[in-house]
Design a protein around this ligand. Sequence first.
Ligand code: ADP
Length: 438
Amino acid sequence: MRQDIWKFTLLLIIAGIVGLALGAPLVTLLVMALGIIGMQISGLRSLRKWVENPGGNPMPETSGQLYQLHRDLSRKDAQYTKRKRRLNEFVSQFRSAIGALPDAIVLIDNEGKIEWANGNAEHLLGIRWPADAGLRFVNLIRNADVAKMLRPSEPPTEGVEVTGTVHSQIINLKCVRYTNQQRMVIARDVSRLIQVNKMHADFVANVSHELKTPLTVLRGYLEIIENSADLPQKYLKPLTQMRTQSARMQSIVSDLLYLARLEDHNHRGTFQTVDVTHVINAIMEAVQPLIAEKNHKIELDVDYSLSILGIQTELYSAFNNLITNAIHYTPKDGLIRVRWCASTDGASFSVIDNGIGIAPQHIERLTQRFYRVDTDRSRDSGGTGLGLAIVKHVLQRHNGELIIESNEDVGSEFRCYFPTEQLVVVKRTQSDADSESA
Ligand code: ADP
């Protein structure tokens, strides 16, 4: 800038001197000023041309301040071009990596239109890129659950299983929201996994089924021998133990078979209105001897007007497991509260005890098959280690959820939550419920 001022001042001084010599200083000064302005305008114009197309136009011949500006701009342009090249390389590497994934990836915009898809999208979903760009995803994959999963308001789910249109595989579709506007659908062929799971479930069900008859025979004979008058005394204890263990095996086999039935999605019973009060009353009657044995106090808090759309036997089994667990895992003279009441977003069946409680590290694993906090205690109480797995499956079949809260040596709460759409409200009073149960 200072250099320019010196240069222009010098030019104006020269013009002034020449003007004085010629006798017209103002005219020469004016001509020189116009010349300087013209030079600047021409420099700016060529700089603008160069900025518009740095590659196509020659570097403008500028000096002073314009020259500086030009140098700064060309340095920035070189940096920008380098960064752009690097970004382009990164994007193309990223796309090649996504393209090489064994899963199908489809990017969709806020209107549900396809923005991009990798090569496997064609193999798994029949979506071709770029031919299908701009088409609505739900028009190509016609499935109500998929449409629901893609709704902006829908919370993330475990995914939806559909039958592939190309090779009839079973495909799991998951939706991931990666910006406010865009979603990524990840599709994976899970046919093999489902087949292996089915084989595993069938195997467990078959083994359990095969064990049922031999165990019944064994138990029957053991009872006969145990009750025979001429049985030597020394055999009595081992025989009693054998009978207890075979009874335990029978319980495990029958729980395993029950679980296999619950896992079988083709074997879904028909949902009917289930009177939960009636179910609770039936369980309370059945567990009365156990309660009396441990001298527990029971508190019932039940909403008589609330019923569930579901399968009565399954709900009985789930609630019964929770109540018997509370009885078993609460020392004598305990307090067990059973609640069935509505909440803002549905209703909950809860069993709250002041028993031994559970340490936090076990809580997440309690619904796994055969997981026990204390194996000996579970065996002593006649537990199979399958009760909470059954509860979890029953709740899944009823769109419910099991929530466990517990503190060691303080007590536990096992809450079965059911969403509003699973509920039926029937207007009736406690006396109606009592007389119906009777
Ligand atoms: P089990 O047949 O052993 O009772 P469950 O699946 O019903 O099997 O329960 C799994 C484990 O969870 C039990 O072994 C026990 O350790 C723990 N548990 C379940 N209910 C309670 C409870 N109310 N209080 C304390 N521990 C419990």
